[in-house]
Design a protein around this ligand. Structure first.
Ligand code: SF4
Ligand code: SF4
Length: 142
């Protein structure tokens, strides 16, 4: 078993497709949706944790592509520049997941990528631009 974080983008014509249902039912994957932005006739986006056998995840990614849905494995949703960071804590106030938090002992920032929802709100919140998009995952199966 392996666990990945994935980003799925649905073009407007595909927003109503039950892709998540098929990922669970047909590929035996455990899915935890972290973020969902879906509106009729607009691009839809999902960020999810996926647990399953690597070959099933690859098959699921190929299935999503066959449905016209972009499927990307997220390695780093955002990149934190530790050297630039001044540990002001502003990003922790907007982070919905707790991935950005202050160490209560020395009051330095702690970033836990595994908890990140890839919402990107911390990027604008940082006054010194220590956080940037880190969305460099490659489409699965490529
Ligand atoms: S993108 Fe930033 S604000 Fe959003 S969950 Fe990840 S660390 Fe927190
Ligand atoms: S807002 Fe920027 S400078 Fe402040 S703690 Fe977060 S990453 Fe560091």
């Amino acid at each position: 078993m392996t666990q990945i974080k994935a980003f799925l983008r649905f073009p407007p014509a595909r927003v109503g497709r039950p892709v998540t249902y098929h990922l669970v039912k047909d590929f035996d994957l455990k899915i935890n949706i972290l973020r969902a932005e879906v509106a009729v006739n607009k691009v839809g986006e999902l960020v999810m944790d996926i647990e399953g056998r690597p070959e099933d995840i690859d098959r699921a990614a190929a299935f999503a592509a066959s449905e016209g849905v972009e499927f990307r494995v997220i390695d780093n949703a955002v990149a934190w520049d530790r050297e630039r960071c001044v540990h002001c804590g502003a990003c922790t106030a907007v982070c919905p997941s707790g991935a950005l938090a202050m160490n209560r002992v020395d009051w330095t920032l702690v970033f836990t990528p595994a908890d990140c929802y890839a919402c990107d709100v911390c990027i604008k919140a940082c006054p010194v631009r220590a956080i940037s998009p880190g969305f460099d995952g490659e489409p699965a199966g490529e």
